[in-house]
Ligand binder design. Structure first.
Ligand SMILES: Nc1ncnc2c1ncn2[C@@H]1O[C@H](COP(=O)(O)OP(=O)(O)O)[C@@H](O)[C@H]1O
Ligand SMILES: [Mg+2]
Length: 243
């Protein structure tokens, strides 16, 4: 199993977060102080979908029933009504599973202008008992009226030093030891190349593999050395060489 799947956070506490505003706002939802629809936006691989999937459990304090809205285009009012598995009045009045709230999680939803207007009404009607969580790479693509009703949270890239505890946990699970300075160096370099934590886990997997298979690294290196030595040898051109 790839590290991206193997070490995907299983609770909100596992999610590495550097930004204090993000931490505070998520804590607000968990405490029940914030109930507005939540829009998580930001670069690829920063943890938006992960947070959206884990937040309901954190709010409920137990596994939560979540309705996932499929990433499809909504064009009409009836498209919007059809996405709920019960009539809107149900979500206005009741919650399922003995939960504090109902949950709708949707990744990368697209609305036509007309459907977006209808969705604003749905949100207003259901908000009291229903927590909407949206994720997007492009905040501008989300209806302004929906943004206005929501808390828009920019899931920003993580600092290398904040990754250290989780990276150390992963290395320990894999039975590999690395000095903090070396690990920090690796994390700094990788996060400079890409802010994606998905990419970071892939590179960490390669690093662990290389540490566990040192002979392969040596062989690769010696082959490289060989090639370089060869190319460094002076080449004489028989056509231009004067005697
Ligand atoms: N903040 C994070 N902390 C720990 N792991 C993360 C984090 N963000 C992403 N990951 C890893 O990267 C994978 C992809 O993240 P995802 O939440 O799908 O990103 P996004 O939705 O922002 O594109 C996750 O399954 C997890 O393994
Ligand atoms: Mg996502």
């Amino acid at each position: 199993m790839s590290y991206v799947a193997k070490y995907a956070p299983t609770t909100l506490a596992d999610v590495v977060i550097s930004n204090n505003n993000v931490k505070d706002k998520l804590a607000g939802y968990v405490d029940g102080n914030l109930t507005q629809p939540l829009i998580l936006h930001g670069e690829f691989g920063t943890g938006k979908t992960t947070i959206a999937n884990l937040l309901p459990h954190a709010i409920e304090g137990k596994p939560a029933l979540v309705e996932k809205l499929k990433a499809v285009e909504f064009n009409t009012v009836s498209d919007i009504q059809a996405m709920f598995s019960a009539p809107p009045s149900f979500y206005r009045l009741f919650t399922t599973n003995g939960q504090k709230r109902n949950y709708f999680v949707s990744n990368e939803l697209n609305f036509t202008v007309k459907a977006a207007l209808a969705f604003r009404d749905v949100v207003d009607e259901l908000m009291e008992h229903t927590q909407f969580i949206f994720t997007t790479n492009n905040l501008a693509s989300i209806d302004k009226g929906l943004q206005d009703r929501s808390i828009c949270l920019n899931i920003t890239p993580i600092n290398a030093s904040d990754w250290i505890p989780r990276a150390k946990f992963i290395l320990k699970q894999e039975g590999v030891q690395l000095k903090d300075a070396q690990l920090l160096n690796f994390l700094n370099k990788q996060l400079a190349v890409s802010s994606s934590n998905r990419k970071l886990l892939e590179e960490l997997e390669t690093l662990v593999w290389n540490i566990k298979n040192p002979r392969t690294v040596v062989i690769t290196k010696s082959v490289k050395d060989l090639i370089q030595t060869k190319s460094k040898a002076p080449v004489s051109n028989p056509l231009t060489t004067t005697k």
